[in-house]
Design a binder for this molecule. Structure first.
Ligand code: CA
Length: 703
């Protein structure tokens, strides 16, 4: 199948570029190549979207003003492009010289004419589908980088690929990880000074985090910086600082086997004013510090912002937001640079809203914390002591003796969904969520290579059976769009949404904030006071952030649509999953005349199978499902619709087919690996029985 697809893709290229005998009729001035200087001067071309966050400051703010509070009600669909899957869509597109470069699930890249949506080329890195199981939170990709005529993308299986932006052909490919470990790349590369920077993920499984820099032209490794110590020097840029600063904050040797974590899976930001590179680092592997570091030590550089020399990877400074991390409180969230007037002086700051619930304003010349205030209710720490920079932790928050119900769970008060900052209003537009979590130590923790290794119970408690109790849980899962003043450290306005896991934001000089939601709407708000001015029905959830660009004098707003990421795969919706079309890129303009095709998808009926589990097998079914199935197919098979609803799978009624898929890996080419060697044939049947019980709950058979 893959060969046939390759042939089709190759034919497409011939079709598009094979006609070299016709000369262009007019001589066009070639555009300035995108290198550091052009991105530094991004403000001079507000119609472009040159980098992941719009510019090096990653403010996700557009200076375009044609679409404004006065006329946004006339915003209509101009064109749309459909991807080839309904797996999660987390990409922020780029728009450079009239071409959109957008990534999609399975690390694919599409180049589209920005005015019409016409496909110019597509690039499929042909990720082996069985590596999808190494992605904690779907096979998503958050975007590409563009530099010196090349488009760069990181792949689920850990490659960094340079693509010729004109032809769509691969220029080079570098394997950036040890592919025998469960590393993945979902984040966008960034480029500056002739280098392209890339991190990776995998801390839920057990890996050691790092960031790498590759030469843009050759694909050669320039430097690497590990965020946590190894068992000796690596011959890497991090050797000295790990030995001096980090190693003394780790205890015992267990973390060496587990990897330690600290993955750099999202924020990597180059600061042209100070010539520094900032990275945000992830949580510990495993989550529970007691298991990886004898329950002591800060465990540098977990959950930190670290500043590096972009040319060499040499350590410059760090600020650790969650010392001794033990709650999955990553600090990988978007880093935004700004210059603010604070207490009468002009400060070069870094704005950060990591998972732990505090909004940090750091002095980016030295990493000193200027302010850190709660942007959600937080009970793991009372406050951040800005003198020492350390949190004042609440007693019991580390769940040493008994479970701790934290208002901020591992899903984070803010996750990867991008925020924006408007210099016009001075406000940060932050997608906030409240997803509590009960931290309980996992008794008898055993490290299992290739599986989730948290050291914390995850979904080991059945959901309450009653509708009322479930409604109560659902009501406790909240989300809102907050307009946050980073100088006054306060929320100026908020728009409450119906639950967590909303999209990221875009702020514009037209006085607008754009945000998409999982309720299948795309909306515009007044940036100064939050009133809703426009909305569009998108037929599917939006979880990522929009961009704005201009072509031929017309301003456009673009956003990728498609549910996915971690939470929707597991979040109990307590209802039927949405039936959605393939992911899409939607592009809007004033007076646009396009429309989406009518949605004509029906949810299949649940598959009813007579209950064949013996009572004593129910607990085993629950445990097996929780360990092997739940992170993709949802608690109690309550999927949000991104991955197949097992309760509606024909295989449920066919033990042989079920076994071929679940045990023997018949659907490996689609990304559903077989669990041969991890479970027995008998356990496969127990799983089928468990899922059948869940299916029966949708539509109970007549007694
Ligand atoms: Ca994590």
């Amino acid at each position: 199948m893959r060969n046939r697809l390759s042939v089709i893709a190759a034919c497409g290229l011939v079709f598009l570029w094979g006609c070299e005998d016709s000369e262009p009729e007019t001589t066009q001035i070639p555009p300035t190549p995108v290198t550091t200087q052009r991105i530094v001067e991004a403000a001079s071309e507000p119609g472009s979207w040159l980098t992941h966050g719009g510019n090096y400051q990653e403010q996700r703010y557009s200076d375009l003003t044609s679409i404004s509070t006065d006329n946004v009600s006339g915003l209509e669909l101009a064109w749309h492009f459909e991807f080839d899957t309904h797996r999660g869509q987390e990409s922020t597109p780029l728009m450079i010289d009239g071409v959109i470069y957008v990534t999609s699930a399975w690390s694919k890249v599409f180049a589209l004419d920005a005015a019409t949506g016409e496909l110019l080329w597509r690039f499929d890195p042909e990720v082996p589908k069985e590596t999808g199981i190494n992605a904690c939170c779907d096979v998503v990709n958050r975007g590409a980088a563009y530099y010196a005529g090349k488009v760069f993308v990181g792949t689920i299986d850990g490659r960094l690929i340079a693509i010729d932006a004109a032809t769509g052909e691969q220029a080079w490919s570098a394997v950036t990880v040890d592919q025998s470990r469960p590393y993945t790349i979902t984040g966008a590369p960034r480029a500056a000074k002739g280098l392209v920077f890339i991190g990776n993920g995998g801390a839920e499984y057990g890996v050691r985090g790092y960031v790498s820099a590759y030469h843009v032209e050759s694909g050669e490794l320039a430097w690497r910086f590990y965020t946590v110590p190894g068992d000796g020097p690596d011959g890497a840029a991090s050797d000295e600082v790990l030995a001096q600063l980090a190693a003394p904050t780790w205890h015992g040797n267990d973390y060496l086997e587990y990897g330690g974590g600290g993955t750099v899976w999202d924020a990597i930001v180059y600061d042209p004013e100070l010539d520094q590179l900032y990275i945000g680092t992830g949580n510990g592997s495993p989550w529970d510090r007691a298991l990886r570091s004898q329950d002591k030590g800060d465990n540098l550089f977990l959950s930190s912002v670290v500043a590096l020399d972009p040319d060499t990877g040499t350590y410059l400074w760090h600020y650790q937001e969650t010392p001794g991390e033990t709650w999955d409180y990553t600090s990988t969230q978007q880093i935004t640079l700004a210059t603010l007037a604070i207490d009468g002086s002009t400060r070069q700051v870094l704005l950060h809203a990591p998972k732990n619930g505090f909004f940090y304003v750091l002095d980016r010349t030295n990493g000193q914390v200027i302010s850190a205030e709660k942007f959600v209710p937080v009970n793991w720490a009372e406050r951040i002591d800005v003198e020492t920079g350390r949190p004042v932790e609440a007693p019991g928050a580390r769940y040493e003796q008994e479970p701790f119900v934290s208002v901020v769970g591992g899903a984070g008060a803010h996750n990867w969904q991008p925020m924006s900052y408007s210099p016009q209003t001075g406000l940060v537009y932050l997608p906030v969520q409240q997803v509590p979590f009960v931290y309980t130590k996992q008794e008898g923790f055993e490290y299992l290579p290739g599986e989730w290794n948290l050291g914390v119970n995850l979904g080991d408690t059945p959901l309450p059976p009653g509708d009322d109790a479930r409604a109560e849980i659902r009501a406790g899962l909240m989300g809102w769009l907050a307009a946050w003043d980073p100088v006054e450290n306060r929320e100026v306005w908020r728009v409450a949404h119906d639950g967590p896991w909303q999209g990221g934001t875009l702020a514009t000089a037209g006085g607008l904030v754009f945000q998409g939601l999982t309720d299948h709407t795309f909306r515009a708000y007044d940036a100064s006071q939050g009133s809703e001015l426009w909305r569009f029905p998108t037929q599917d959830a939006i979880i990522t952030a929009p961009i704005s660009f201009a072509v031929n004098g017309t301003q456009y707003i673009a956003v990728t649509v498609g549910n996915g990421g971690g939470l929707p795969l597991t979040l109990p919706t307590f209802g039927d999953p949405a039936v959605t079309p393939n992911g899409r890129l939607l592009v809007f303009a004033l007076g646009g005349t396009a429309s989406l095709p009518a949605l004509n998808l029906e949810l299949p009926e649940p598959v009813l199978v007579e209950d064949f589990l013996r009572p004593e097998q129910s607990a085993e079914g629950f445990a097996l499902y929780g360990r092997f199935c739940q992170s993709c197919h949802g608690i109690e098979a309550l999927t949000a619709g991104v991955l197949p609803d097992l309760r509606r799978s024909p295989a449920l009624a066919d033990p042989e087919l079920w076994r071929a898929i679940v045990l023997e890996g018949a659907f490996s080419p689609r990304g559903m690996v077989g669990f041969q060697g991890k479970i027995t044939a008998e356990q496969t049947e127990v799983l089928r029985g468990y899922v059948a019980q869940q299916a029966a709950r949708i539509n109970p058979p007549a007694p």
